[in-house]
Design a protein around this ligand. Structure first.
Ligand code: SF4
Ligand code: SF4
Length: 220
């Protein structure tokens, strides 16, 4: 586990079992660095993104301000509008994708990761409909069982860089984020860090319950 200044430097407070991944939307500046680092690390195909940046409240003033493209507004002593949200698989405690997957291709592991078992996925895309965060991706594929049902390739999504966490490294997107906008740690660590930054969770109670389950109470 990282400690001290290192924690503040990279936003990765702990890794491995029970570690979660969650955005600080007020720190995100919509630079796309996380998208690039993920693609480079995992050789993600050009038309697929395991993480993307969603623009919310477009054209409006964000609730607490301080977000993407905010420099000019701040110089004018105005609160900048819009909110940039890093969207990826949050490895939900109550994962809707796991509930709907008819082949048990998606599993919630005891250590907190939601994993796809490629050999079981039939490409039905039920998980795509169930996920509120747009995590499931379906790269085009001409071969395999998925093609039999005519819906493209097997599902792919953010793995929370489980392989990197297994060797004590943080997720690539979190470690390379220039503003530490992607937090990794226990729910308590993430909640404390958001409090320290005087930042919010952005997601509503329903989404927080999906992502954190009982641990959503840490954020109240
Ligand atoms: S596409 Fe694959 S992972 Fe998604 S619900 Fe269908 S079988 Fe499960
Ligand atoms: S945690 Fe890893 S796989 Fe997931 S978006 Fe970040 S870099 Fe990509």
């Amino acid at each position: 586990m990282s400690t001290g200044n290192e924690v503040m430097h990279d936003g990765v407070m702990s890794t491995g079992e029970d570690a979660r991944i969650f955005p600080d939307v007020e720190a995100c500046i919509d630079c796309g660095g996380c998208v690039v680092s993920c693609k480079r690390t995992w050789d993600v195909p050009r038309d697929e993104q395991r993480i993307s940046i969603a623009t919310m409240l477009e054209g409006q003033e964000a609730a607490s301000g301080l977000n993407a493209s905010s420099g000019r507004a701040m110089e004018q002593s105005e609160s900048p509008g819009e909110t940039a949200v890093p969207m990826q698989c949050y490895h939900c405690s109550n994962a809707p994708c796991v509930s709907v997957c008819p082949t048990d291709s998606l599993i919630s592991k005891e250590n907190g990761f939601v994993r796809v078992r490629d050999d079981l996925c039939i490409g039905c895309q039920y998980c795509l409909s169930a996920c509120p965060f747009g995590a499931p991706q379906f790269p085009d594929e001409d071969e395999g069982v998925a093609n039999l049902v005519g819906s493209g390739g097997n599902m792919d999504k953010c793995t929370m860089c489980e392989e990197r966490q297994d060797v004590g490294k943080g997720p690539a997107c979190a470690e390379e984020c220039a503003t530490d906008a992607i937090l990794v740690g226990t729910p308590e660590q993430i909640s404390d860090e958001l409090d320290n930054r005087d930042s919010g969770t952005f997601f509503n109670d329903v989404a927080m319950d999906i992502i954190f389950g009982e641990d959503a109470s840490e954020f109240q």
